[in-house]
Design a binder for this molecule. Structure first.
Ligand code: XIL
Length: 607
């Protein structure tokens, strides 16, 4: 599953609770100056590979421009070689963490995510393991493999957010309907004793055991466009997902030129096929090689074609929220594997030999500002329960994945009437053309109040906009009520954000006495008697126009008040309940508005 940033429930709750004294002033809208800023406005990590183990002297230490360009232009860093077997594990009982640690330290100092690369590859292995493999049994190879993965992943646990667990394992020539793999000491020479993709699966399971949180990726080339290799990859991915192998996504390398591979449509199709399995895509190793002269200099026309290619691939990535990172293989033409690997070619990266931005940089930044953000119905959810589906008048909703917005969270602002503004720092969400009050906004995550004007309609057309760049439209059914109870731990389940009558938060250590009264906060109650105004503070007199009932521990809990929460934004619903007698412990709570019940899994603590 793509993991949306949960926590909006708590956030929206807090913001709603305090909205009338929050006034964040946002002066001018800052447009992106760097790739990093541009990516942040698209909820997209902008990465570069960096290297010191093959470079002498180490550019990170000796070249100020190398370090400053990397640290200011990028939000993600991947060791080009420093974490590969040959560098990090040079002898059977020797680990060389220095080069990898150097990059991790740099990344941490610059607020960058680290992508680990890689734990398993059939090349770039140290001599000792290749020699060992010539006489070892599969059981002995398995031990070496497990030790390596465990040691390296444990060392970087909490520091490396995503690992390329297995690199380039799938063969470029496929026959049949299965997955033909490349020969490898880990697969068949002699291998670790597992058939087919078993060794890949095993690597993922060992990586997961060593770090419960890292995102685990399979990384490869020649999977940018549909074809036999991609089809084989999908066979493996479907199998892994179906059996719960801990894979989070696919790294698509993207070492390309300017001749048109991959086509935009083919690349889009592949991202969608991966995203449809609930997996992410990272573009991991993009470079766009162009012809260069003996001094490494390219023609202006080729630089222009290169800029267009970077922009084209970035566009496709931005058009699918499943594409969550965009990384180049290096960042300056001063340090690139292309000239030695593709003689006659070079100048493949966004910055030139002197760290000056090439046309590709402006082209990519411009692309981030202009490609339409993507809205999808499944990402429009109740702000408390995270349930997708229909929306109700006055419901506080969260929209995930609309991947254009402020680089950092912006909280509620009020308009001149003291109502929640419907244009928050450039963010707007329209329902049938009417702008909704915006509670908070962040690239990829925005929360708004569904206008009461949708009441009585069967559906509403939703559209998102940032700085005037409009998303696609999505038609969503309208329901009378869509209740969701805010939870205390911001997960949509667990203890409710419930107050005991003395206004302290109900919890296991602060339970309500059976027979006592609790105050529950929810949203999605639909229209209210006497009306309610979009974005206005609730007067506190209007009751729900639909009947509100509740159960605690499966027994009827008497409702003594159900309506807008006085003083909070219209749309936040307050329900006062009497806890049935005879209950103790964490008891499930369900609030029903009309015929629609709130989410399951919310509890109230009773003594
Ligand atoms: C390359 C590095 O760029 C070179 O410096 C090194 O000599 C060999 O490896 N696919 C990958 C990368 O996954 O690890 C490779 O990196 C490039 C191709």
């Amino acid at each position: 599953m793509l993991t949306p940033r949960r926590g909006s429930g708590q956030l929206i709750y807090n913001l709603a609770m305090r909205h009338h004294f929050i006034l964040l002033l946002f002066c001018s809208l800052i447009s992106a100056q760097t790739l990093r800023q541009a990516g942040a406005q698209r909820a997209l990590l902008m990465g570069a590979a960096a290297d010191s183990s093959e470079q002498s002297p180490d550019p990170l230490v000796t070249d100020a421009m190398y370090a400053s360009t990397l640290g200011t232009q990028y939000s993600m860093l991947e060791p080009e070689n420093n974490m590969k077997w040959a560098t990090i594990h040079p002898a059977q009982n020797t680990y060389n963490f220095g080069p990898g640690d150097e990059l991790v330290t740099f990344a941490q100092a610059h607020g960058m995510n680290v992508r680990g690369h890689n734990l398993c590859w059939q090349v770039y292995n140290p001599t000792w393991i290749n020699t060992y493999a010539t006489t070892a049994t599969p059981a002995q190879m398995s031990t070496q493999f497990q030790n390596h993965i465990n040691t390296v992943v444990s060392h970087y646990a909490g520091k490396v957010f995503a690992w390329d667990v297995v690199n380039e394992a799938i063969s470029d020539s496929q026959t049949g309907t299965g997955v033909v793999l490349k020969d490898s000491i880990w697969y068949d020479q002699p291998g670790i004793g597992l058939t087919g993709t078993g060794y890949i699966e095993q690597a993922f399971r060992w990586a997961r055991a060593a770090d419960p949180n890292a995102l685990l990726f399979y990384n490869d080339y020649n999977i940018e466009a549909p074809g036999a290799k991609f089809t084989a990859l999908l066979v493996m991915l479907k199998d892994f997902v179906a059996r719960g192998v801990p894979i989070a996504g696919v790294g698509i390398q993207m070492h390309i030129d300017t001749t048109g591979y991959p086509s935009s449509s083919g690349f889009a199709q592949n991202i969608q096929a991966i995203a449809a399995l609930g997996l992410q895509v990272h573009i991991t190793e993009m470079d766009v090689r162009i012809p260069v002269n003996s001094a490494g200099v390219a023609a202006a026309s080729d630089l222009a074609a290169q800029a267009a290619t970077y922009s084209r691939i970035l566009t496709v990535c931005l058009q699918n929220p499943g594409c969550t990172a965009f990384q180049t293989w290096g960042f300056t033409d001063k340090h690139s594997w292309i000239p030695s690997s593709y003689p006659g070619y070079g100048a493949a990266l966004p910055f030139d030999l002197n760290y000056q931005p090439k046309p590709a940089v402006a082209s990519m930044i411009n692309t981030t500002q202009t490609v339409a953000p993507v809205l999808s119905a499944s990402n429009i959810v109740n702000a408390a329960s995270y349930a997708a589906g229909a929306v109700a008048p006055g419901e506080l909703i969260t929209i995930f994945g609309a991947n254009l917005g402020p680089a950092a969270l912006v909280g509620t602002t009020l308009d001149s009437n003291g109502n929640v503004s419907s244009n928050l720092s450039g963010t707007q969400v329209f329902f049938d053309g009417l702008a909704a009050p915006v509670i908070y906004s962040l690239a990829g995550q925005v929360s708004v109040v569904v206008p009461y004007e949708v009441a009585g309609k069967s559906q509403t057309v939703v559209q998102y906009s940032y700085n005037g760049v409009l998303s696609n439209t999505v038609t969503v059914p309208v329901t009378q009520a869509a209740p969701g109870i805010f939870s205390a731990n911001a997960s949509g389940t667990g203890p409710g954000a419930i107050l005991n009558l003395n206004y302290t938060v109900n919890s296991a250590s602060n339970p309500v006495a059976a027979g006592g009264v609790v105050v529950v906060f929810a949203t999605g109650g639909g229209t209210v008697q006497g009306g309610a105004k979009d974005g206005a503070p609730a007067p506190g007199t209007a009751n729900q126009s639909l009947p509100v009932t509740a159960t605690i521990g499966g027994q009827t809990a008497t409702v003594s008040y159900a309506g807008l929460a006085p003083g909070l934004v219209d749309g936040v619903m307050q329900v006062n309940l009497t806890v049935p007698t005879g209950l103790t412990g964490a008891q499930p709570l369900v609030v029903t508005v009309g015929t629609v019940g709130s989410q399951s899994g919310i509890t109230v603590a009773v003594k």
